[in-house]
Each structure stands twice: as C-alpha cells, then as structure tokens.
Design a protein around this ligand. Structure first.
Ligand code: AMP
Length: 257
C-alpha cells in the first residue's frame, strides 16, 4: 500500500460577504481596501483533505497547499495550515488580476510533477471570477481523470476513488483510480474554524515561495477583459389587486406570457 500525497489549491478572493464594486475605469472590480478570505470552495477542499488524512491515517502522507498570487496569498496559506495542512507553496505573481485559470492550471501541473502528487483537490470555482475551469484544465494538461462538483469522496486501500456528484435530478456516483482530480461542491463538508493554538502552530509550518519562472511556466494572460460593468439596477416592483390583473400585466406590460 503506497501512501498518497495530496495537493489543495487555495485562492485568496474578495470575501463572499463584501458588496462588490466596479472600479472607476471599468476594467476590474475594486480590490483595494476590501476584505479578502480563502475562496469558500477551497476551505471545503482543505477540510476534505484533512478529514481524509484523519480517517485514513498513514495512507495520506502529506497535504500540500498552494496559492498563486501576490504576497498576501501567504495569509490564505497560513489559514489552510491552521486547518491542518502540512506544508504551503506560494507561487508569487505580480498582479492577481492577470492570472487566469489556464496559467494557474499550468502552475499546478508543474507543482504536481515536482512534488509527486497523487490527488489534487480544488474548489469547483473561485467566487471572484466564477470561471469553473482550473480543475478541468489541470485534468486535461495532466491527462488525469477528474471528478468535479463532489458532494462525497471515498478512497479505498487499492487507490480506487469514489465520488458522488450533485447533478440535475439526483446524485451521480462515479469511480476512478488515483491519480485523480476532485473539485468540491458546497455540500461536501462544513469546514472547521482554525483554533487559536492551531493558528499559532501554523506559523511554524514550512511555507516556500516560488515564481512561475522557477516552475518553467508562462502565465501571460490569454484573454483580454474588454469591460467590467455592474448589473442593471432593479426597478421597483408593483402590487396587483387580483390574479386577472397580474395575468394582464404579464401579457401586456412585461410581454412574458
Ligand atoms: P476557477 O477555475 O478560477 O473558478 O477556480 C477553481 C479552483 O481552482 C479554485 O477553487 C481553486 O481551488 C483553484 N485555483 C484557482 N485560482 C487559484 C490560485 N490563484 N491559487 C490557487 N488555487 C487556485
């Protein structure tokens, strides 16, 4: 029985509770002075890796967490280490906004190969760009099987991995062999809060910094953002007196029926 090395991606994103504003030049959303946190689906990914290690003991030899971004990404990695990951890798880039899913997937591929990773756990999507691409692209680049949108993960002694996925109308259960890529959905687990002692311990866990150049990866953006705009303001609703009036308005004013 060989033990498994797990890699988890942790992106630093604008906190889910912040009201997003578009910047004045309409090129991106405003990030300056805005609260950031670990992408919620990545918290679920870290939690799942830690639970697998707690459940399977020595079968999981190490959980490595990686964040690609500016120096602040290290805060996100420290949170993941406080949740129970063993080691962090920060891939430093100058501008988060210029890093796109293909670039991240190439960086992750280089780390998978360098670190001899067996299982990659990513979030199903980053809540800032909503791309939902990185896991799938990484699976393509590595030619590994992928189980996306996982709501349950089981690994057997013989490295068979079984994943339940929430699909329209029910749950699909698929099985594959490790090495593999899993992306997490909301209902997979409820991530733990890092306790104060664990936050203190996490400060001493190893964290290395690498650059895309050191990994031999070109992260130049392939897509150009033309414009970012706010959704149209909602106009106020109207009260109707009867179902007939409602149907009339839907037909003649809203032209929905
Ligand atoms: P996306 O394809 O951008 O929606 O992101 C999907 C998942 O890929 C995220 O939930 C993360 O697990 C991982 N990921 C994306 N960007 C990064 C990043 N800059 N650093 C680390 N992991 C990332």
């Amino acid at each position: 029985m060989s033990s498994l090395r797990v890699l988890v991606g942790c992106k630093r994103v604008i906190d889910y509770a912040v009201k997003i504003r578009v910047n004045a030049s309409k090129t991106a959303v405003e990030t300056a002075g805005v609260k950031h946190s670990m992408n919620p689906f990545d918290e679920i990914a870290v939690e799942e890796a830690v639970r697998l290690k707690e459940k399977m003991g020595k079968k999981i030899s190490e959980i490595v967490v990686v964040s690609c971004g500016t120096a602040k990404a290290q805060e996100t990695l420290r949170t993941a280490l406080a949740m129970g990951a063993d080691r962090g890798i920060h891939v430093q880039v100058e501008d988060d906004a210029k890093l796109q899913p293909l670039g991240v997937a190439k960086l992750l591929k280089a780390i998978v190969e360098k670190e001899k990773i067996d299982l990659v756990v990513l979030g199903k999507q980053a809540i800032d760009d909503d791309s939902n691409q990185t896991g799938q692209m990484l699976a393509g680049l590595l030619n590994w099987p992928q189980a996306t949108f996982a709501s349950k993960v089981d690994i057997a002694e013989d490295n068979a991995i079984t994943v339940s996925r929430e699909v329209d109308g029910g749950i699909e259960t698929i099985s594959s062999k490790i090495p593999a890529i899993v992306t997490t959905d909301l209902r997979l687990n409820e991530p733990r809060y890092a306790s104060l002692p664990n936050i203190m311990k996490a400060k001493k866990k190893p964290l290395v910094k690498l650059t895309p150049q050191e990994l031999g990866v070109d992260v130049a953006p392939r897509l150009e953002t033309l414009e970012v705009s706010e959704p149209p303001k909602r106009s106020g609703g109207k009260k109707v007196e009867s179902v007939d009036e409602l149907v009339d308005k839907l037909k003649n004013e809203a032209a929905i029926l």
